[in-house]
Design a protein around this ligand. Sequence first.
Ligand code: HEC
Length: 159
Amino acid sequence: MKTKLFKKITSGLLILFIGIQFFTVKLNTSTILPESSIEKHYRIPGNVQQILKTSCYDCHSNNTVYPWYSKIQPVKWWLANHINDGKRHLNFDEFSPYPKDKKLHKLDEVAETVNTGEMPLSSYTFIHTHAKLSSEQKAIILTWVKSMKGQINKEISAR
Ligand code: HEC
């Protein structure tokens, strides 16, 4: 009796698993770098750019690099959810038009979340191990945030 029930449950789950594969999710990809992107207005050193692209851009830009397993449900939903949420808080591709105060505040948050290890999300680095930040990489980000803030503070506040 017990094994029959077990079989029923497993085949039910299998059907469910196959069924959810048919749900598509709009991909967060774009081939053009928008005018509003941070790179179009600020010179970002190559090593900083590299770190941001590898560790942050999957959830904080308009262009996610999707690994093969992200095409499998429910990972696709999980990632889409994080991307939407992440972009709502900070989108490097929409950074330039942010008002000055918001730019400074977001940069403070970048420093803080990187410093405390809150970002990139640990549920993400668990699989994307290459996105984990070393202490040197954290230091590079913190130095960059300081220089960016200096640069932004000098801008004439038009807004
Ligand atoms: C897997 C997706 C993901 C990655 C990768 C990621 N983030 Fe986030 N980030 C989020 C989500 C989701 C939120 C909003 C919810 C939260 O604060 O946990 C967020 C919020 C933030 C915020 C705003 C915090 C606040 O209090 O509003 C900052 C700043 C941030 N992330 C910076 C970064 C930086 C810098 C990196 C790379 C070093 C990074 N994130 C990598 C998903 C991600």
